[in-house]
Structure formats: C-alpha cells, structure tokens
Design a protein around this ligand. Structure first.
Ligand code: AMP
Ligand code: GLY
Length: 430
C-alpha cells in the first residue's frame, strides 16, 4: 500500500449520494477533516459546507487549494464532464473521478456507442444523427418501439422510448430542431429497443485494474408497479439477486473486462466509478449506457453494505493501488426509500418544513438530497428527491420494514414515496 495519512477530504455535490459519501469519509480513520461543496443540511450536520456550486469548476479548484484539501471525491456527472478532475490534477490535488476524456463516456451517448461497438462489447444496434431529415428518413424503415436518446447530459431525462413512427418523428424533430434538451439534444442516437430485465453494476476502475461492487437494484419509475415517468431513482436495494453468480461471471467476461480494457486502449486513464446500465436480453447481457460516477440512490445502499473503508477504496483507485484491495461486504441487505416531493419528476412545491425524528438506530440513515435551511434555520424541501431513508438488516424483508417504519416518522406536506421498493424481489422470496 502507498503511504496514506489522515487526509482533508472534499466531497463535491449536494445529493443523497454525496451525503452517503461524506458519511463514509467521516467514519474513515484515513480522514481527519471532511468538507463539502455545496453540500446540504444533512451533510452540514457533521461537515463544514462551502457555498460553491457543483458546476463552478474554478470555484471548486480555488476552494480545494485554499482549504489545503488532500483528496477530492466528485459526486455528480456535470463537474466531471466540465473537466474538474483535470483542473484539480493540474494543481497537484489527488481526486476520485475520471478526467473529461473518461467522463465523455457518460456525457456523449454517440461517443459511447462508438466505443462499445469498436471494442466488441454487446449493445443494441444504433445510428446517430445531427440532421432531422436524415433521422426521419431512417425512421421510415425502423421497427417499433424504438429508443431515441439526446446525445448529451440531460439529468436522466434524455431517453424517449417511442412507441410508433409518429412519436419517433416528433421526438427527433423536437430534439434536433426544437431545442428540447438544449444543446444536449442537437445530436441524437436512435437505438434498437432491447427487452428484458434491466440491471446495473458499479465497477471501481483504476486504469486496467477494477473491482466490481455488490449488486444493487434501482427503481427508476415514479409510480408503484414500475409505472409512470422515469426519475433519477425512487429507491434501491442491495444485493440484487436477479444477477446470480453465473450471470455476474458472464457480465464480467463479456462487458466489464472488455470495457475496462477498451477504455484503457483508447488512452483514457480512468480512475473512478464506471456504473454500467445493462439489459439482460434473451441473447445475453447488453450495455444500455455508461455512467462515470456513482448512482444515486444506489450509493446509499452500496456504501451502507461495504465493510471495506470506501475512502480507502477510492484513494486506491486514484493512486493506482486498487489491486491491493480486497472489498469486503457485510452479509446483510440494505434498502433506501426516496421521499420525494409530490409531482416529481414534473413540477413540485418547495420550501415545506420537514419534521424529522430526533435520532435513528445505528443501522438506519436519513440521507439528505433536496433539502435546505430556510431563514429560520428550519430544514425545508428544496428538490424533487428530498431524503433517502436507508436501513440495513439481515434480510431484505426486515430492511424494508425498518426503512418504511422510518419513512413514516418523517413528515412534510407533499411527501410522496413508492411503497413497493424491493417488492418484486420479496415476492421472489428473499
Ligand atoms: P440510459 O440513460 O441510456 O440508461 O436510458 C435510460 C433508461 O431508458 C434505461 O434505464 C432504460 O430503462 C431505457 N433504455 C435505454 N436504452 C434502451 C434500449 N436500447 N432499449 C430499451 N430501453 C432502453
Ligand atoms: N439511479 C440512477 C442514476 O444515478 O443514474
């Protein structure tokens, strides 16, 4: 192991993912100080938060220099795509997260598709367009449903599954000509619709070394029974037994290894999280997308289950000694239930006072996301996803019962939650 010493750590971001990352760093013997930018009231309970936005790259570099930060953990995709990691490294500040060249694997769906195809990684057939008429001509002979993706970052909203030709034409014209999704939609990827069970895996990557983290399952749709519009994620659990050992071995061989090697072969020195969206089709697992950061809310359950120090893991990936780490996982289930503002992912009210319990058990966490302090120092709602209520227990049923019991102790006027996080898995008998 390279020499490590108690570090001053900066966590960039303000969501539930960043609250979970900051909480893990606070537990770590490797950290002497944990600060966040911009953070949120939950993070602020234990860490100093600085009012620098997650997309203010120059401001974040200044903060890291001024506060003599030893290590930066970048939560969200936007600062990664803006090159925050490149600028921090130029200042000699070690960081967990890919440079802009690696972040492009999330920030451009066309680029990612080229990489997947070039390196023989299983994925759906697709074509890219920046000309609406050419896209419409292509759609004449396409089969439906078909998937239309804005090329750039769109906060998880830039993917439309068009059921018929008319909807597809309207979608591509809206993106390329109408400016739906702004510059992110000026180029589109039109992709074959894949069918099957969807899953995702988190891989910590350090050049050619990698560690696959435990499985987790998100619930992307807003309403119970996996209906309604797509959100950032309404809840998750880990482990997700949908991926058994045989399927995981197949995913590692057919997707993870060629991805890690392919990215390295492109000359990208990727040191961060590669979070791979996968469809388990009848022809095997196929890549839907890469994300180049931890998932939210998946991080809340993944970090809760890790017995290995997550800060040590991220340091090792950043410093190039990942192969010295053996990740140990608690033999327990974790579940996170998102308390959202009613209306999310559409419009929703803000500024509602949140009533929180005075304390929680050791194996329970209330991770803040869309919260802020009002002028009277009350914690109020300030986003679509407000809190991530997380519990750890020996089995999934108990984890769910504990998480939901804690959800019922929290109140705000527009509180909305899905009551069926993990229900499919529980019906399968875990
Ligand atoms: P992405 O951001 O590319 O993961 O897409 C968001 C969501 O759209 C995914 O989680 C899937 O549910 C869905 N999706 C994306 N690509 C496809 C595809 N080729 N076939 C079916 N569904 C897809
Ligand atoms: N929960 C899905 C994501 O973070 O993209």
């Amino acid at each position: 192991m390279s020499s490590v010493f108690p570090l001053s750590v900066l966590v960039v971001g303000s969501g539930g993912r960043e609250h979970a990352l900051a909480a893990a760093c606070l537990q770590s013997p490797l950290a002497r100080r944990v600060i966040a930018a911009p953070g949120n009231p939950g993070i602020a309970a234990d860490c100093q938060c600085f009012d620098v936005a997650a997309d203010d790259v120059a401001g974040l570099v200044n903060l890291a220099v001024n506060e003599a930060v030893d290590f930066v953990i970048v939560g969200p995709e936007v600062p990664l795509a803006l090159g925050l990691v490149d600028f921090l490294l130029e200042e000699g500040i070690p960081v967990f997260g890919p440079k802009a060249d690696g972040a492009r694997l999330e920030a451009s769906k066309n680029y990612t598709k080229q990489i997947l195809l070039k390196h023989g990684i299983p994925t759906g057939a697709a074509a890219s367009f920046d000309d609406a008429n050419a896209a419409v001509e292509y759609l004449e002979t396409a089969s439906y449903p078909i998937v239309i993706k804005a090329d750039g970052l769109a906060a998880g909203k830039g993917v439309i599954i068009a059921q018929d030709h008319e909807e597809a034409v309207k979608t591509v014209r809206g993106m390329i000509e109408g400016g739906d999704f702004g510059d992110s939609g000026r180029e589109v990827l039109i992709e074959e619709c894949l069918f099957g069970e969807e899953t995702s895996i988190h891989v910590i990557v350090s050049g050619k070394d990698y560690i696959i983290l435990p499985t987790s399952q998100d619930h992307k749709q807003a309403y119970e029974g996996d209906t309604g519009p797509n959100t950032g994620g309404m809840g998750a659990y880990s482990p997700a037994d949908l991926i058994d050992d045989a399927m995981m071995a197949r995913i590692e061989k057919e997707i993870v290894i060629p991805s890690v090697n392919g990215i390295a072969a492109e000359g990208i020195d990727f040191r961060g999280t590669l979070f791979i969206g996968i469809m388990i089709t009848k022809d095997g697992p196929k890549v839907l997308e890469y994300n180049t950061r931890f998932g939210d809310p998946e991080t809340q359950v993944l970090l809760t289950r890790l017995a290995t120090d997550p800060l040590q893991l991220m340091l090792a990936a950043s410093q190039g000694w990942l192969n010295e780490i053996e990740v140990k996982v608690k033999d327990e289930y974790a579940m996170v239930v998102v308390l959202a503002s009613n209306g999310y992912p559409g419009s929703y009210p803000k500024g509602e006072v949140i009533a929180l319990p005075d304390s929680v058990d050791e194996d329970e966490h209330i991770f803040h996301a869309g919260t802020k302090f009002d002028e009277g120092k009350n914690v109020v709602t300030n986003g679509g996803r407000v809190l991530g209520v997380t519990a750890l227990a020996p089995d999934l049923q108990t984890a769910a019962a504990k998480a939901y019991a804690l959800c019922d102790k929290i109140d705000f006027k527009s509180k909305y939650l899905r009551r069926d996080i993990g229900a499919k898995e529980l019906q399968r008998g875990r």
